[in-house]
Design a protein around this ligand. Structure first.
Ligand SMILES: [Zn+2]
Length: 522
């Protein structure tokens, strides 16, 4: 009898906890073009978000080139072109708040344009690799030049304290945003994981951070005392870990020691541990300082962050140990995008649930976490034949007129890709399928020998136009619904969708209107 009462009480209690759980929050990343440059365009965008039950608009206000989308008084030279006379952030905050939507001002933290205002004024703030080059020397994919400069998080005075944090402070001071939002709060490890930063400041401070030698009695050197058989078990005997000729080494030699050196001669090649730890420390320090400075201005202003999906891997590759940020971050928005998963779409759905569960475990649910889903990458299968045709057409355009073998090869690949694409086209837009069929034949028939430059050009243009404005239903909307539900199974505090522009192009706003109905937080 007693047991029954206890059980009953437990059930009622559990039911209460379940029903009082906070409603799911819906966030949407958006870029300035979606908001436009007039009061009316901002209002229309906000209304669209409201219809889709969006609770939080995360608006990009410092872009990858360092362009700003507010009337910055501190850095007017960095205001993005077209926004000199229109304060997008001010309008957005007013319009969004009028309908009960929160605004997170999203800053692309450590990225700047090659000719951006920060680089023009302070090229010495850029991160350098062992060759003394910036990230402009890197490649995207196999051949495309990398177009952005990553700034060094460590240098003081430098980009962090002289440029970036002042931007956060200015927004917190002058705008009623609900939150500031970190992005690119990390090192460029998705381009070159072990190449940055070896600027003069970092070459000096990595050994200092780990205290690999003393500043006092700097000329004295101590050797390892071999009390234990395992040589690096004697690390605590206080040998001087930087080589005696450290000051004579050049940038490449110093970087080589930091990446490949041994703390104890004869021991494991473990020096790079300190390189990774130093980078994590720099990013942690920036996150902490930003929060302290913003909260000083307005304790109610929150801080959110877009982070990579796995904080353990990202601490090694990009210096982003975000699972340890509970004390500084109000909301996590991990970018659990399909582009970061290898398998089929069905595999992604299962891995999305599992990864979101693990993220909640990593942070101990210490702060709200919104599962980030990027719509574009869900449609890998649908986009692939179009990307293949685009790339092969580009290659075909570059072929010599006499290269019959090359043309035949490209023509075959284009024809094969179109065979895959046409099934979906015939189902959804049969007239487009017929139109493209004619254009594809003009390029691929007779092993491509009949294709003129004009034919190739015409097909490339038609495909680009199709991709830029897809017919409704061409991309299966159920892929987005299924992804939202898969994330939901892990019971995150919210769902964050990337991005408003993709929803326009992919005609997917209705999915949010449907999936988020009745789940809204306000
Ligand atoms: Zn540096």
């Amino acid at each position: 009898m007693k047991l029954r009462i206890v059980l009953l009480a437990l059930m009622i209690f559990a039911g209460k906890v379940g029903s009082s759980a906070a409603p799911e929050v819906h966030a949407l990343w958006a870029h300035p073009p979606e908001a436009g440059t007039t009061a009316e365009s901002v209002r229309a965008f906000v209304a669209k978000c409201k219809r889709a039950h969006i609770d939080v608009i995360v608006m990009d206000v410092k872009d990858s080139n360092g362009g700003l989308y507010w009337k910055s008084k501190k850095f007017p030279q960095a205001i993005a072109r077209g926004y000199e006379n229109f304060d997008m952030l001010e309008h957005l905050v007013r319009e969004a708040h009028a309908v009960g939507i929160r605004v997170d001002a999203w800053l692309v933290d450590y990225l700047e344009g090659a000719n951006g205002a920060a680089m023009r004024a302070h090229p010495e703030w850029a991160q350098l690799n062992p060759d003394g080059e910036t990230t402009l020397s890197e490649k995207l994919g196999k051949t495309r030049p990398y177009p952005y400069v990553w700034m060094c998080p460590a240098q003081r005075p430098g980009y962090t304290d002289q440029w970036l944090i002042p931007l956060y402070e200015e927004i917190a001071t002058n705008y009623k945003v609900d939150s500031l939002h970190h992005d690119y709060v990390r090192y460029p490890g998705d381009v070159a994981p072990d190449s940055y930063c070896f600027c003069d400041y970092c070459l000096k401070h990595i050994p200092r951070y780990a205290m690999l030698s003393y500043q006092t009695r700097a000329d004295e050197r101590y050797r390892v005392t071999p009390a234990q058989n395992i040589i690096h078990a004697n690390w605590w005997s206080d040998p001087t870990m930087v080589p005696p000729n450290w000051n004579d080494l050049d940038r490449r030699e110093k970087a080589d020691f930091i990446l490949n050196g041994r703390t104890i001669p004869g021991g494991a090649p473990d020096m790079r541990y300190f390189f990774y730890d130093y980078r994590v420390h720099q990013i942690d320090t920036f996150v902490r300082e930003t929060t302290e400075r913003v909260k000083k201005i307005n304790p109610k202003t929150e801080i959110s962050a877009a982070v990579f999906k796995n904080p353990i891997l990202s601490s090694r590759f990009i210096g982003q140990h975000w699972d340890r940020w509970n004390q500084w971050i109000n909301v996590y928005m991990p970018m659990t995008y399909r582009s970061h998963f290898a398998g089929s779409f069905d595999a992604y759905l299962e891995h999305l649930t599992e990864t979101t569960e693990r993220q909640l475990e990593w942070t101990g649910r210490g702060r709200p976490l919104y599962a980030g889903i990027a719509s574009t990458y869900l449609f890998r299968e649908e986009y692939l034949p179009f990307d293949t045709m685009r790339d092969r057409l580009t290659e075909m355009q570059a072929l010599a007129a006499t290269d019959a073998k090359g043309r035949a090869e490209k023509a075959g690949l284009i024809a094969a890709a179109f065979e895959i694409a046409r099934r979906r086209l015939a189902q959804v837009v049969p007239n487009v399928e017929k139109e493209l069929d004619v254009l594809v034949r003009s390029v691929t028939s007779n092993n491509g020998s009949g294709a003129t430059a004009a034919n190739v050009d015409q097909l490339a243009k038609r495909l680009a136009a199709f991709r830029a404005d897809l017919p409704p239903g061409f991309l299966p909307p159920e892929k987005l619904s299924a992804s939202i539900r898969a994330a939901r199974r892990a019971r995150p505090d919210g769902i964050a969708i990337f991005a408003a522009g993709s929803l326009n192009r992919e005609k997917l706003w209705e999915v949010l209107e449907r999936e988020f109905a009745g789940q809204a937080a306000n």
